[in-house]
Design a protein around this ligand. Structure first.
Ligand SMILES: [Fe+2]
Length: 250
């Protein structure tokens, strides 16, 4: 019997009977049966709640792809031509582009500048996809996902507050990298303005944070605004993951 499906599909936990779960022969003691029923229904409710909680922790959308390239200008032009993308932010090392109301659908890391000792003949994995970004609906969803994955022994390789997103980065068993993120800005216009503001210009990478500390703070009810880097001058994070490894070899 699929114990979770009845609750999830019908939303009517009262429809589950002792017969349904194999206790129909226990009618000799009605009181015991009632106790069991209450106990088992509690387990069902807990199971259903956990199942729904897990469902709530998947991303709401695939947001962007980031590429490492030694053909920075050529790549920017290609994506503008093919996707009709517009440049949201660009400096010599990094560029963000979009074709809709997302603050960026593509980003490009310029390896020719970041690691000038390489070759224009470089092929994947040196150049190519760095990571794929997925957006979560809320900080609670993001950090409950972090907590769930931690229980399964899956740890992020980088936790960074980018300013436009709060992000947790993972690598799959093949080493493919992904970013789980929550937007910090309330609109694409606000995100665009932030990306072209002084803070992003000075530090487009962001500031690292402790995910366990943030998990506790989110569970205590804190919001994105509460979790912005504290006043002062927090140090920009070094880039981690494959790109960080490439840069360290430079
Ligand atoms: Fe990203």
């Amino acid at each position: 019997m699929d114990r979770g499906s009845g609750y999830q599909q019908n939303g009517e936990i009262d429809r589950i009977t002792l017969t349904d779960i194999g206790f129909g022969h226990c009618d000799a003691n009605v009181r015991l049966q009632a106790d069991w029923r209450a106990h088992i229904l509690t387990l069902f409710m807990r199971f259903g709640t956990e199942e729904m909680k897990m469902a709530d922790t998947h991303p709401t959308k695939m947001a962007h792809v980031v590429y490492r390239t030694r053909r920075f200008d050529e790549m920017l032009q290609w994506y503008q031509t093919v996707f009709g993308a517009r440049i949201q932010y660009q400096n010599p090392a990094l560029a963000f582009a979009t074709f809709d109301d997302e603050h960026h659908r593509f980003a490009f890391a310029n390896l020719s500048l970041m690691q000038p000792n390489g070759s224009s003949d470089d092929r994947p994995p040196t150049v190519g996809v760095d990571h794929v970004g997925y957006t979560f609906a809320s900080l609670s969803d993001l950090f409950e996902t972090y907590a769930r994955l931690k229980q399964d022994g899956i740890r992020p390789y980088w936790c960074v507050h980018h300013g436009i997103t709060v992000s947790v980065y993972y690598a799959d068993p093949d080493g493919n990298q992904m970013e789980f993120q929550v937007d910090c800005c309330r609109s694409s216009e606000e995100a665009h303005a932030f990306m072209n503001g002084p803070q992003f210009g000075e530090n487009p990478v962001g500031v690292e944070y402790d995910p366990d500390e943030w998990l506790a703070r989110v569970r205590a009810g804190q919001t994105v605004a509460d979790l912005l880097p504290s006043s002062g001058d927090p140090s920009p994070s070094p880039i981690r993951g494959t790109l960080g490894s490439i840069l360290q070899k430079a």
